[in-house]
Write a protein that binds this ligand. Structure first.
Ligand code: TRH
Length: 376
């Protein structure tokens, strides 16, 4: 096909920010770096607007960052469909849109973007296909992942250059985030997690830590939980609280691009879900992952699979400190802050190595584009 294919991307916000966080990032990269015309159909523009403040939540059709954004609600009608149809996280396309796809002279490339996992089986299922039960359509399953046999990870072409530029000028970086730089010996920590039974113990550990901890918390669940733990009234964006050697600083929920800056600036990042988990890896700083908890406990296997990969060439003491901290954090039991902190320098060097090593593989958008080119 000589004309550039058009993309339709569908996203349903199941909960929180990850579904649209990943989708928005991908849509922007496909438009900006690969020059595609992209339409994004999303059922929750209010959540998207928190990540991308230029989006107007109650405007059903708008264009932002060269993406045509359309509210995907019950009134959605499929007028035409694009050459590439990407549904994210099995969000199920509307029946009349599927009909429109089936009526096209040339079948669109239909892809479901799956959730990220470091488990080995991902490579076996990546790019698998399944025919629609009734219509002449074939759906492909695209799995992000950590090896070249998977779809890779979302990473913009200029990300590392921007990160390095910012990390080389911390004063400017803190100014961009809008808060004062830390005092000389402070450890700056960003905190973004699900409600976590281990948080009271961690707050205590930070408060009693020999080295002062400056904890930056964007508005949301984590801040609410901290307000309850400190029992000193509701903490709002802009507020600070002090307990022992711990300073808590509440931030507003920052736009997605600014969230990267926060991760680049902090010494240790607590992240969760999928998108912030990947961004913490690109930040090349030690991090702690609160994985999205699943009812059937499947997240424990996923957590362990990632830790196995992440620590494969990390020394024994650092592996022990990191693994035990992450496991306690995820299982709601007191994590050992001082053991983790003792390994900080080793973990810092490792985080940079890990990011560089992952970045040797093609990124997710690049892999998707390659896949589409061979299937159009
Ligand atoms: O918000 P998450 O928990 O999202 C998800 C969903 O729960 C989803 O259903 C689940 O399947 C998935 O996790 C695994 O965590 P995540 O993925 O890290 O997404 C958060 C997004 O919010 C990410 O794009 C970063 C962004 N963000 C900001 O832009 N500003 C902020 O201030 C903060 C705290 C986050």
């Amino acid at each position: 096909m000589s004309v550039k294919p058009r993309w339709d991307i569908f996203c349903r916000v199941v909960d929180n920010f990850g579904d649209i966080g990943v989708t928005w990032r991908l849509a922007r990269q496909l438009a900006k770096e690969h020059g595609f015309s992209v339409r994004l159909r999303c059922d929750d523009l209010a959540t998207l607007a928190q990540l991308a403040p230029s989006v107007v939540p109650d405007l059903p059709a708008q264009s932002v960052d060269a993406i045509d954004i359309c509210l995907w609600d019950d009134s959605f009608t499929a007028i035409d469909c694009a050459d590439v149809v990407l549904e994210t996280f099995a969000c199920e396309l509307p029946p009349d849109y599927l009909q429109a796809m089936a009526k096209r002279a040339r079948q669109p490339v239909w892809i479901n973007l799956e959730y990220l996992s470091a488990e080995n089986w991902v490579a076996d299922f990546h790019c698998g296909a399944s025919p629609h039960p009734r219509l002449p359509l074939l759906k492909h399953f695209f799995f992000p992942g950590f090896t070249a046999a998977t779809g890779g990870l979302l990473r913009e072409a200029d990300l590392f250059a921007q990160r390095d530029h910012s990390q080389n000028d911390p004063l400017e970086l803190w100014a961009a985030i809008g808060i004062a730089p830390p005092a000389k010996d402070d450890i700056s920590v960003a905190l973004f997690c699900y409600p976590n039974a281990a948080l009271p113990a961690l707050i205590d550990a930070w408060a009693n830590s020999a080295q002062p901890v400056r904890c930056l918390v964007p508005q949301g669940h984590s801040l609410q939980q901290i307000s309850a733990i400190l029992d000193s009234g509701e903490i709002r964006a802009g507020d600070s609280r002090q307990r022992g050697n711990l300073g808590i600083h509440a931030l507003p929920f920052v736009p997605q691009a600014r969230f990267d800056h926060l991760l680049w600036a902090c010494d240790i990042n607590f992240v969760r879900g999928e998108d912030s988990f990947v961004r913490a890896q690109w930040a090349a700083r030690p991090f702690v992952w609160h994985i999205y908890p699943q009812d059937d406990e499947a997240h424990r296997v996923k957590l362990s699979a990632f830790l196995d990969r992440y620590s494969a060439d990390l020394d024994t003491a650092a592996t022990r400190a990191c693994r035990s901290f992450w496991e306690n954090w995820n299982h709601g039991t007191a994590p050992d802050w001082s053991a983790f902190l003792q390994q900080r320098k080793v973990l810092e060097a490792h985080a940079r190595r890990w990011a560089n090593q992952l970045a040797m593989q093609a990124d997710l958008a690049e892999n998707l584009v390659g896949f589409v080119e061979t299937h159009l």
